[in-house]
Design a protein around this ligand. Structure first.
Ligand SMILES: [Zn+2]
Length: 250
């Protein structure tokens, strides 16, 4: 399992979740820019990472909603807006991974919404949060809005489990999301929405695969399902699917 340094929680952490469904899908026509999901290594700074990919540090800062003085931490996941040409082939095998928006980037500095990953993680990072469930709606633009997670419909199993070990950060109702659990995993967070019941309390640790809630249809849900999100520590939603995909796991 990966090791991460503890990250400080930002005070604005609750905000991005609650407005996730109301963000408009980004427009755009430019095709040569892509977004790299990148895991920060020991000793790396914004300047260093920016130099490596020929991107202004301020662009990385804005895309990841980092404050001006914020330093990168090892293990932190960030997005880097890069041109394809700036990447070496090793990036597709190593620490970085391509993510792609259905709408190409028009403005690199916009906080990202609606991306779709197409290169996959080399490791399985997350437990599938609803066993046997079917993913029926993917991450990305949906009906003109950003869908910041995936929808998993139950097939028999009703228990939602923690996708990885972490600490319960939030249990309660969120607008649109209904009864929701957020688990903090130090370098990222997972969110479980539309629950009918929860079994965990804020501030308590959970194990990977531990039962945390029952699938439901609370909030703005069409039918009983789990809306599952994967976010970095700056509340940028990322496509959870690559981190769940069994075919690419080892
Ligand atoms: Zn959803």
């Amino acid at each position: 399992m990966m090791k991460f340094k503890m990250l400080a929680l930002s005070a604005s952490s609750a905000v991005a979740f609650s407005c996730a469904h109301r963000l408009p899908a980004p427009p755009g026509s430019e095709v040569n820019r892509k977004v790299l999901e990148y895991k920060v290594q020991e000793g790396e700074t914004l300047l260093k990472v920016g130099k490596q990919y020929a991107v202004a540090p301020s662009s990385i800062q804005k895309m990841n909603r980092l404050s001006a003085s914020e330093e990168l931490k090892p293990g932190q996941l960030i997005y880097i807006p890069v041109s394809e040409a700036a990447l070496s082939p090793s990036d597709s095998e190593g620490r970085g991974r391509w993510v792609e928006r259905a709408d190409a980037l028009s403005e690199e500095n916009l906080p990202e919404t609606g991306r779709r990953a197409y290169l996959y993680s080399q490791y399985r990072q997350l437990e599938f949060p609803l066993a046997n469930g079917r993913v029926q709606s993917h991450f990305g633009p949906r009906s003109g809005r950003a869908h910041e997670g995936i929808d998993i419909f139950p097939k028999g199993e009703k228990n939602i489990v923690a996708a990885q070990a972490g600490t319960v950060e939030f249990v309660g109702k969120k607008r649109g999301y209904g009864l929701t659990v957020v688990v903090n995993h130090k370098s990222f967070k997972t969110l479980y929405a539309h629950c009918s019941r929860t079994f965990v309390k804020e501030g308590t640790p959970v194990k990977m695969g531990e039962k945390i809630a029952l699938v439901g249809a609370t909030g703005n849900a069409h039918g009983v399902h789990l809306h599952f999100e994967y976010q970095n520590m700056n509340n940028i939603a990322m496509d959870p699917l690559p981190h769940l995909d069994r075919d690419f796991a080892h």
